[in-house]
Design a protein around this ligand. Sequence first.
Ligand code: NAD
Ligand code: ZN
Length: 349
Amino acid sequence: MLLPTTMRAMRKLRGQAGLDFCTIPVPVCGPRDVLIRVRITGICGTDLHIYNWDAWSQNRIKPPLTTGHEFVGDIVALGAEVHGLSLGQRVSAEGHITCGQCRLCRTGRGHICRTFKGVGVDREGCFADYIAVPAQNVWPVPAGVPDMFAAIYDPLGNAMHTVMSAPVSLKNVLVMGAGAIGLFAVSIAKVAGAANVMVVEPNATRIDLARKAGADLVLNPRTDDVPALVRRATSNEGPEVVLEMSGNAKAMQQAFSLVATGGTMCLLGIPGTPVDINWAEDIMFKGITIHGITGRRMFETWFQVDEFLLHHSARLAASVTHTMPCAAYEEAFALMNAGACGKINLTWA
Ligand code: NAD
Ligand code: ZN
């Protein structure tokens, strides 16, 4: 196939808010890489941080850089050393490029590799017509999975990894924060057999989306007596499993005070600063188990997302609220900054 030499890309060109739509060379496909023509990309909260040029991105991002790491596309070129993949194959990819050499990588824990490189964070991303990624990160998408969900294996994987870290079957599960990942976690927890999925979320749009995602009870921390209502819904015990997906300090403190004695706390949300937790009352004397969650297990989580998407993707339909052309990215980031959306996808056709 004859490939163009240049392409469109959404790039951070300098250290300030915003992104620029540029024309740049199509990436070179190294011997162990595949080159992918991007169909659809998802916008992640990380992309919003980079767009807004907040303190985290000022420390981490080195412009110029093409952002984005959630995508689906078609393979258009294969490196000379790549086997087992083919031209035209529809794929997504794990966005953490691990070293493969360290103690963690070599003991099946590449998701916490200390030197991983993030697509669209530490190296060129997918908000472009083409992206080159190592073949070992490529994930072939089963034929029955719709593009709009194939683009978001990555955040679905964050939700999946979090839910699968706790025994949710026939338990009371509380999800703190119904951003895109919290919404996905609600649907996944229901499919995984949770008896009762409760959500705490202050944003009116997302309260509505959490109900549509299948939550049994949705509470607003600004207007509801969350502790009393959660206790009433859990025979006074509190939820056996709490999935912290807000990154909000108050929500985290509330999560630790609500989790049942003997329960499990799964922490995905990233607080901007250290959070004060009552270690004695809320952790030790309650004998809880705490899981810190990073990324996706490679590649167990990806197989789980495959099965979820093949059998239950309809449950996610309401959580993907917008599909917009890539040129409308400023409108998309404005919606995210306003919290007026669930997941937003951008099309690159
Ligand atoms: P998001 O910002 O869209 O969602 C967070 C939600 O929490 C928002 O809807 C917000 O209204 C809600 N919230 C705010 N205050 C709250 C409160 N007091 N109680 C309950 N909810 C409250 O983020 P997202 O993209 O859905 O990601 C969720 C979190 O996970 C973020 O903190 C993100 O940084 C983090 N994250 C972690 C990993 C990881 O590997 N650990 C990966 C991706 C994202
Ligand atoms: Zn490693």
